[in-house]
Design a protein around this ligand. Structure first.
Ligand code: IZC
Ligand code: ZN
Length: 423
């Protein structure tokens, strides 16, 4: 039989962490510790697609190497699937460093928002910015993420809060998908806050989201997901339900900012509506955990946010995993509650504060994260037929990634079979 010719081969890696076998369903509960580890491994690809993964000797037998094959020696290093960040607010203008001091002086995130700051500060800056300015700002953050190993990310709107401005944000996402290597999955988050002009009429704003924004976004194909910030003083469970039911009718998949600060029943609602993910969950109830364990909804935990908001209770990750919930991790990168865009930092916090095991953490930023944004058929694991997205870390084994917290260990980043960082 004629062997397939590889145009890329990464070989002799100390460990290849494949995360294989979880494409059909997210890994839940105990399965999360199964990361498909191969020692002295190799990955071969052609035209951006993986041809073979296995022990170096086996892979070299299966594929042909020619003069034009790019060969990367990964001796003493660990190879992971390209990291997937399934919850970001990466499109925004301005910054909110003043909130750090406000928080140190005792003001809470929701108090800052209720006074017209927080999200509404970023809304003012984002509305003032032109499309080009938004693209340039996000492009810089995405470059930082890529250097640290993120090759796929979700990107939300939600700082426009008018039809025209929400469309502008999602157009920025579309342009960025043409301009740079990190693949972005667009989410419409028109229900992120009540804009100042609707302060006295929040139901009127929900009407606008349901009757005008959602149909426009769906018609223009600008978003795959619809998300709502379901929180005390922001959008109620009933408002969230109304928005998400309409979004689902229009063909969008669903996400919920659920039970972050108050236990409102966001996880229960996400499970009931068949949402793809329920995110945050610091204040999730026992019933919410029970429902998530029985739904296809992935729990996306954002421990860098809890860390940055200081002194809050972390999401009960151990309890969720014990109960059989599928857990993913994300940065929540945004200018307010999480100015952190490194998944490596999130991984370090997840071990120390969520008490997740290193193998569970790796599943949570690869295959389960891919499920959380509807991309598990393409990315999130190293398996023949999937996209050749991978990261070579300057680490002797996968445990080292979470142990050496705070240093960027990504040495070579490969997206669609192309070396985009290092080499
Ligand atoms: O800009 O504060 N939590 N939305 C919900 C955010 C944080 C982003 C922000
Ligand atoms: Zn968020």
């Amino acid at each position: 039989m004629k062997k397939a010719k590889a145009d890329l081969i990464v070989r002799n890696a100390a460990e290849i962490v494949t995360c294989a076998g979880g494409t059909e369903h997210p890994r839940r509960g105990r399965e999360m510790a199964d990361i498909g580890l191969i020692r002295d491994g190799a990955v071969a690809a052609r035209d951006g697609v993986i041809l073979a993964v296995g022990r170096t000797d086996d892979v070299l037998e299966q594929v042909e190497i020619g003069e034009d094959t790019k060969v990367i020696e990964a001796k003493g290093r660990v190879v992971l699937p390209g990291l997937v960040d399934p919850h970001t607010h990466v499109i925004f203008a301005g910054s909110r460093e003043h909130e750090l001091e406000m928080r140190l002086n005792g003001m809470s995130y929701l108090e800052i928002l209720a006074r017209g700051g927080g999200i509404l500060d970023t809304v003012r800056a984002t509305r003032e910015a032109g499309l080009e300015e938004l693209i340039a700002a996000a492009g810089k953050y995405l470059a930082e993420m890529l250097v640290q190993g993120t090759t796929t990310a979700e990107a939300k709107s939600g700082y426009g809060l008018s039809t025209e401005e929400e469309v502008k944000m999602l157009e920025a996402v579309r342009e960025l998908n043409r301009l740079q290597p990190v693949e972005l999955v667009p989410t419409f988050l028109g229900a992120h806050a009540i804009p100042a002009e609707y302060r006295e009429n929040p139901e009127g704003y929900v009407d606008l989201v349901v009757e005008e924004m959602l149909p426009v976004i769906a018609r223009q194909g600008l978003a795959e997901f619809c998300d709502v910030f379901c929180e005390e003083g922001v959008f109620s469970v009933e408002q969230t339900r109304r928005i998400l039911v309409r979004a689902r009718e229009l063909g969008l998949k669903l996400k919920v900012h659920a039970d972050e600060m108050a236990s409102l029943g966001g996880a229960e609602l996400a499970s009931e509506l068949g949402a793809t993910s329920a995110d945050h969950l610091m204040a999730v109830s026992e019933k919410g955990i029970y429902d998530l364990a029985r739904a296809d909804t992935v729990a996306v935990l954002l421990p860098a946010t809890t860390f940055c908001l200081m002194g809050q209770k972390y999401a009960p990750a151990r309890r969720m995993i014990e109960q059989g919930v599928a857990v993913a991790l994300a940065s929540d990168f945004n200018p307010g509650s999480s100015p952190v865009n490194s998944l490596q930092v999130v991984m370090g916090i997840a071990c120390r504060q969520l008490k997740m095991k290193p193998a569970e953490v790796i599943t949570a930023v690869t295959i389960n994260a891919a499920h959380a944004i509807g991309r598990a058929a393409e990315v999130g694991s190293l398996e023949a037929g999937k996209r050749a997205d991978m990261v070579i870390f300057d680490a002797p084994n996968h445990l080292y990634l979470m142990y050496r917290f705070g240093t960027n260990l990504a040495e070579t980043v490969i997206k669609n079979g192309q070396v985009v960082i290092g080499g």
